[in-house]
Design a protein around this ligand. Structure first.
Ligand code: 3HC
Ligand code: NAI
Length: 701
């Protein structure tokens, strides 16, 4: 027996416990260990039935993802599960924490399943570009029916125990100690002479699906939009379909074929990269997990505009009371009204109860009185994007707030260190750059000022976890990580239309690449006036020799601020979010090209893709070299969570590696020759390309 699985008898029941922290993944040692323990339990004359459970914080959370890509050492998980199902002694799976993927498949190989009320079960494989590969797609539909099984397998979201029980995945919810409850449950099943239920042998539920052949096409149709571009969700459907059309053993073989197809797909490798990147991102070398944090019991937000309202909702959603301070009553009333309407819309969609809405609203206190922030543990400023205003606000906060309070700014472009100079506590000043809409978007860039203390960083990190954000540490520079990279992407999009592409052609190329929308639709959604104001502020420092597309400025001068004004790069019918091409914009583009002496031409889709995506990579390389981002994979997380970069391409830096940095460098160098200084290859990119390396090699250095 391996030391990661133990066998012990409790009365007449043998208990197999998996102990492979942190999540009891099914590594080769665990697979061997549970087979050995099963043999031991079967040989134990005093054991009338067996229980399998997880030690520590969870049942088995799935296959060991780190073993993927290597030759799989025996025993195969399918074999292990078959041994459980064929066991002549009754076997019960006892679930707590998360029984996911291969873990749930082991549980489905058992004759019965019990769980504590807080347990969750699910098949998250699809989120790794995979499908359940150890019988999950064949057993789950046999257990609960095809229709409820499809979204669980192709959607990947976990189910709470109560829902799993209602569906028939869990037979019994255990109150109190899980092991005692599971032992008692197993003993009761033995006493009642309950049969050894083999899910693989019960075809009743899948047979009924044979009479509704349209079911699978209808389901494919229902996920088409959400799963656009993804490979795995559609293979999941095919695997479940095999459960309906084929006998169990053949269905299992089909599942294996589809599993291997997914496993070998570049998408799965990219999604697994993103999975580990998301876990790596919170590891800050000089701010270890043990760094002390300050308790955050109360918060304040300054400014109840677009961002302030959303940020306040984050606090309320996490149960943290928040004061929202505004400059004028009308702005405050409008801000609170927007918050109320946002919550009401969620209640209407059935995703929040009225009681929860009332509880959350009660935590948000709007005020014009600055004294209200005196006791806040953290204040997040979200006022106008002007240095003078920001400094005034910070100086005032510094006077009013208790000395321990953290003062954070939501600025998207301004220098956090300069803002900190307005206070006598620069070590407590930090950037918290939320993304719009702040109550929805998962990403938070935490901007480390030169003097931000480790305790301040650790406290904000802990707060980010509480408000369920994916946070990434960024250094202090213009645009931080995400927006600094985006500048080149937007610049090239504007140049491309001057050179002959249309906004709809550019947007289609980017949409087909996998972004939810292209650069022009995105700008229209965010509001063109935001960038306009920033550009006006920087106009004096822009070198006159540099190419500059004035089209966006011309649009703003005509009051075309995007969706909110019904027109921007596109035109929008009243109440519609669908972008429609607009001849007025085409005329502005043509005029701008003419004024600059640009001869318009047909621009290929390939050129559009390269010219939009390569600037992300090139600037990303600079950001890495300057230490603004800690790791290439941190940049990938920012782009996946903040900008809609397709997760199945792994993020811009990972994507660059899949293209090969030599190719990326050569292409960028060619654009440099053709278009000049904006395309100067980043030194880091040049070096890695010369050395035949990828960004991934930096992560290992
Ligand atoms: N294999 C290997 N390592 C894993 C793992 C897995 N399946 N799941 C989690 N880990 C690692 C994480 O990388 C992390 O490592 P680190 O501490 O070195 O960074 C550590 O375990 C803890 O993970 P989290 O930080 O994510 O811990 P949480 O408590 O927040 O979440 C969890 C726990 C819900 C289990 C989450 O880790 C998770 O969703 N894991 C993936 C589950 C999954 O996808 N399972 C299916 C695998 S594929 C499969 O089973 C194929 C089968 O059908 C044949
Ligand atoms: P906004 O204009 O919608 O809201 C700003 C609010 O601040 C207004 O309601 C205004 O009345 C209030 N305000 C101004 N001065 C004040 C003062 N001295 N005291 C109290 N309240 C004051 O602006 P928005 O879009 O919410 O932006 C706020 C900040 O967030 C800016 O720094 C912006 O750069 C940043 N940001 C904006 C994003 C966006 O998409 N809108 C995204 C990320 C960051």
């Amino acid at each position: 027996m391996t030391d990661v699985v133990s066998y012990e008898r409790h009365g007449t029941i043998g208990v197999i416990t998996v102990n492979n922290p942190p999540v009891n993944a099914l590594s080769v040692g665990v697979r061997r260990g549970i087979v050995d323990s099963l043999s031991r339990g079967l040989a134990d004359g005093a054991a009338t039935a067996l229980v399998i459970m997880g030690g520590g914080r969870t049942f088995i959370a799935g296959a060991d993802i780190r073993e993927f890509g290597q030759p799989l050492a025996p025993p195969d998980l399918n074999e292990v599960i078959a041994w459980f199902e064929d066991s002549p002694k009754l076997v019960v799976a006892a679930l707590h924490g998360t029984a996911l993927g291969g873990g749930l498949e082991v549980a489905l190989g058992c004759h019965y399943r019990c769980a504590v009320g807080s347990a969750q079960v699910g098949f998250p494989e699809v989120k790794l570009g995979l499908l359940p590969g150890a019988g999950g797609t064949q057993r789950l539909p046999r257990l609960i029916g095809v229709e409820p099984a499809l979204p669980i397998i192709a959607g990947g979201d976990p189910l709470p125990a109560s829902k799993a029980q209602a569906l028939g995945i869990i037979d019994e919810i255990v109150a109190g100690d899980l092991r005692d409850g599971a032992v008692a449950f197993a003993a009761r099943l033995v006493a009642e002479r309950r049969p050894l239920r083999k899910i693989s042998a019960s075809d009743g539920k899948v047979l009924t699906a044979r009479s509704t052949p349209g079911l699978f096409d209808a389901f494919r149709g229902s996920i088409e939009r959400q799963a656009r571009g993804y490979f795995a969700p559609f293979r999941c459907v095919e695997a479940v379909q095999a459960a309906v059309t084929l006998p169990f053993a053949e269905g299992l073989r089909r599942e294996r074929e589809l599993f291997l197809e997914c496993m070998q797909s570049p998408q799965s490798r990219a999604q697994i990269h993103a999975f580990f990147a998301e876990r790596e991102v919170t590891k800050i070398p000089d701010v270890p997990k043990e760094t002390p944090t300050q308790p955050i019991m109360t918060a304040a937000v300054i400014g109840a505009g677009t961002m302030g309202g959303g940020i306040a909702m984050n606090f309320a959603n996490a149960g943290i009371p928040v004061q929202v301070v505004e400059a004028a009553q009308t702005a405050l009333d409008r801000g609170i009204e927007v918050i109320r309407n946002n919550y009401a819309a969620t209640v209407e969609k059935g995703r929040l109860t009225q009681a929860d809405m009332d509880r959350r609203l009660a935590l948000i206190h709007g005020t014009l009185a600055w004294d209200a922030v005196a006791d806040a543990d953290i204040v997040i400023e979200a006022v106008f994007e002007e240095m003078g205003v920001k400094k005034e606000v910070f100086a005032r906060l510094d006077r009013i707030c208790k000395p321990s309070a953290i003062l954070a700014t939501n600025t998207s472009t301004l220098d956090v260190d300069e803002i900190a100079t307005a206070t006598a506590r620069p070590e407590k000043v930090i950037g918290t750059h939320f993304f719009s809409p702040a109550n929805v978007m998962r990403l938070l860039e935490v901007v480390r000022g030169a003097k931000s203390s480790k305790e301040t960083i650790a406290t904000v990190a802990e707060l980010a976890r509480r408000i369920r954000k994916v946070w990434v540490l960024a250094g202090n520079c213009d645009g931080f990580i995400g927006n600094r990279m985006l500048a080149g992407y937007l610049r090239e999009a504007a140049f491309l239309v001057e050179e002959g592409a249309s906004p709809e052609q550019v947007d289609k190329v980017i949409y087909d690449f996998g972004f939810p929308m292209g650069p022009f639709a995105m700008s229209d959604l965010a509001g063109l006036d935001v960038g306009w104001r920033i550009r006006k502020g920087k106009a004096a420092t822009r070198p006159t020799t540099q190419r500059y597309s004035p089209v966006a400025d011309r649009l703003c001068e005509r009051g075309r601020f995007g969706q909110k004004t019904g027109a921007g790069w596109f035109r929008y019918a009243p109440g519609s979010r669908t972008p429609r091409p607009d001849p007025e914009v085409e005329a502005l583009i043509v005029a701008s090209a003419r004024a600059q002496g640009i001869e318009r031409r047909a621009v290929s889709d390939d050129e559009i893709l390269e010219r939009c995506i390569y600037p992300l990579i090139n600037e990303g390389a600079r950001i890495l070299e300057e230490g603004i981002a800690l790791r290439p994979s941190d940049i990938d997380i920012i782009y996946i969570y903040g900008y809609g970069f397709p997760p199945y391409r792994g993020g811009p830096m990972y994507y660059a590696d899949t293209l090969g940095l030599k190719r990326v460098y050569d292409d960028i160098a060619a654009y440099h020759r053709a278009h000049g200084e904006f395309w100067q290859p980043a030194p880091l990119l040049t070096r890695l390309a010369e050395e035949g390396k990828g960004f991934r090699d930096l992560a290992r250095a």
